[in-house]
Design a protein around this ligand. Sequence first.
Ligand SMILES: [Fe+2]
Length: 359
Amino acid sequence: MPVAIDKTSEPLYPRYLPHYDPLEKVEPVGAFQHDDPGHRADPAFPHLLEGATKVFELSPHCGTELQGVQLSKLSDEGLDELALLTAQRGCVVFRDQEYTNIGFDEQKRIASHFGPLHKHGWMPHPQDGPVEFVIVFDSKDDLRIRKSWAGKSPIQFHVDQSPEAQPPGLTFFCMLESPPGAGGDTIISNMNRAFERLSPSFRKRLEGLKATHTTANPIMREIRDNGDSAVLRRSITKSVHPVVTVHPVTGQKALFVNSSYTQSIVGWDEEESDYLLKFLFDHINRGHDFCCRVRYEPGTVVVWDQRITQHSQTLDYSAGDRRHAFRLTPLANVPIPSKVEEDDGECQQDEARVMLNLC
Ligand SMILES: [Fe+2]
């Protein structure tokens, strides 16, 4: 049951309160060899599901909830299987997790199983905690999140930190305190399905394209909103990634452009690029049939695979209600471009789709 928070009460996790230091700098992780744990996983998930009391899908195309499993107790084999299940389902939800209370080092150790942890350029970390922790804290005492979304829709599907040369793979989002009642959910959308839903010949047009991803806009917003107290630990990050990528473990193709960071299609005129990206962002925003919505309780941990999903906050609870969470974000592989297959007859399916729709 969600804990009813008295707005005058003190935060339950003071060690995880956000720390903003405008003078702090961090070094990026740099290039590394990524060996995806999902390759080592037993596809029957014997270690992950041992002890599970309930396993169910949140929606047909995205999300599985596991009850009765403690993340903090999983063996290396269980964590490998979590990588595979998340790659297949987009996200996995755990409830009532002891993970919340095992401390910075152990929390980091478990997340690091999936790759070196990202260091964020502007989001806060705990004052006496590792820089790899991203703190999400919305309360009457800290309205930075509210301020950053003022005047625009908080619904913005994105991949966290896609401008990295090796963007994140699995991501851990751990809810410490959630608003009383409903609200503050995360919507997670399956980008394998977003790609499959496009017409075969349109999909082919997208394959082979590349797009530029940059942190320029979020950094400008940080400066606009916070002035001299803006946190700018890293300079602007920029990368070129394939528009359609392949997951290293499942081999499934995914749409890999997002409205927070993708700036332009490489080699296209601005008008052409803007037009295509707007269509793709609208396509993702409309995808209610390939997303799931995760409701939180204190102790909920959501693990999602950024290579095949995008997510959005909802920010639908009352301003001033306390929502306190942390994120750990392991980095993964250099995005793998899908291969453009020539003349395989797939485009003829366009005609068949039209016939089907007419029937
Ligand atoms: Fe995010």
